[in-house]
Design a protein. Structure first.
Length: 324
């Protein structure tokens, strides 16, 4: 029997990037778009400001709350800020500038490389784990996210109205991990004259257009999101919906080879857990609001049905026995 079914567009949260050189109006554009996006919803805008509190310069033109972040740009600062916006029920969060969290990852990688005998290739793996924490918070959180990213700068020679050549500042690729644009719903590239083109657009509303980002742009996107089919989740009669009340941490094994288990306490009194190899992902997904899980209800079973909470009771007990 085929498992294929008719494709439909499900409701999602907007994940949008605004790229451009310094002075192109990324912050202003993001605030205009977010204002239109949330109009009529009763939700507020949260701003994560890494640019020396420059976002607050627009406080008289837009209604929003702001959380400044100062160096060092550690990955936890960004993921925690997104999660805080989610927890406090904001409708959209603007990260300005998202380029700073990539700079923080590069600085961390450089510190790893500076250690004697360090392996640059394996260090990318360690740095990548920290970057993945931010990416998970941005793209998996149930909140609209707008990421402002600075573009690398270059100059080209252009003929002016008098027929003479003069240099013109232009933006190139965003200062971010290569390929990051493919993660977003849409990517708006803003020039110094504040005109915008869409270099990636899953909405199909802005392709091949030159425009300025306004509140109307946000309203267009809001209406497009609203036309999608609400997500539904099939209920297995052998499973029941539980919520995670909190995460407990336990350690097993000798001090020089200690293992950590993270145990999720469920609303029905059961526990699910994972060892350290998945601990970071489990904690992150729990923190970003993915706290509802279908759990098997067969008598005597503690097995969770979702990939993030694979039950490892036997393995945990095995480690515990080795310690004893």
């Amino acid at each position: 029997m085929s498992g294929f079914k008719k494709a439909t567009r499900s409701q999602v949260y907007l994940k949008l990037a605004i790229t451009g050189p310094t002075g192109s109006g990324k912050t202003y554009s993001a605030l205009r778009l977010a204002t239109g996006l949330l109009e009529g919803t009763g939700k507020r805008i949260a701003g994560i400001d890494t640019e020396n509190e420059s976002m607050s310069l627009y406080s008289e033109q837009f209604d929003f709350d702001v959380l400044p972040i100062s160096p060092p740009f550690d990955h936890e600062k960004f993921s925690d800020a997104v999660l805080l916006a989610l927890k406090e029920d904001y409708g959209a969060v603007i990260i300005d500038s998202s380029s700073h969290f990539w700079e923080g990852i590069l600085e961390y990688k450089a510190r790893l490389d500076s250690r004697p005998g360090s392996n640059s290739y394996t260090n990318w793996n360690e740095a990548g784990k920290k970057f993945s924490t931010i990416i998970t918070a941005v793209f998996q959180s149930k909140i609209h996210v707008i990421c402002c990213m600075r573009s690398k700068m270059d100059y080209v020679m252009e003929t002016n109205e008098r027929g003479k050549q003069q240099p013109k500042k232009v933006g190139l690729a965003p200062m971010m991990r290569d390929g990051i644009e493919y993660e977003f719903t849409s990517v708006f590239d803003v020039a110094l004259n504040h005109e915008c083109i869409c270099t990636k657009d899953r909405t199909s509303m802005f392709t091949d257009k030159i425009f300025q980002i306004t509140e109307g742009t946000g309203t267009q996107i809001r209406d497009w999101l609203a036309t999608a089919t609400p997500k539904t989740q099939a209920v297995d009669p052998q499973k029941t919906l539980c919520t995670v009340s909190f995460i407990d941490q336990k350690e097993f094994g000798p001090a020089d080879n200690r293992k950590t288990a993270y145990i999720a306490k469920l609303s029905d009194g059961r526990e699910v857990g994972t060892l350290e190899k998945d601990a970071a992902e489990v904690l992150e997904m729990a923190r970003i609001g993915k706290t509802e899980y279908y759990i098997h209800t067969q008598p005597g079973s503690r097995e969770g049905s979702l990939e993030l909470f694979e039950i490892l009771d036997a393995e945990i007990k095995s480690v515990h026995r080795k310690e004893s």
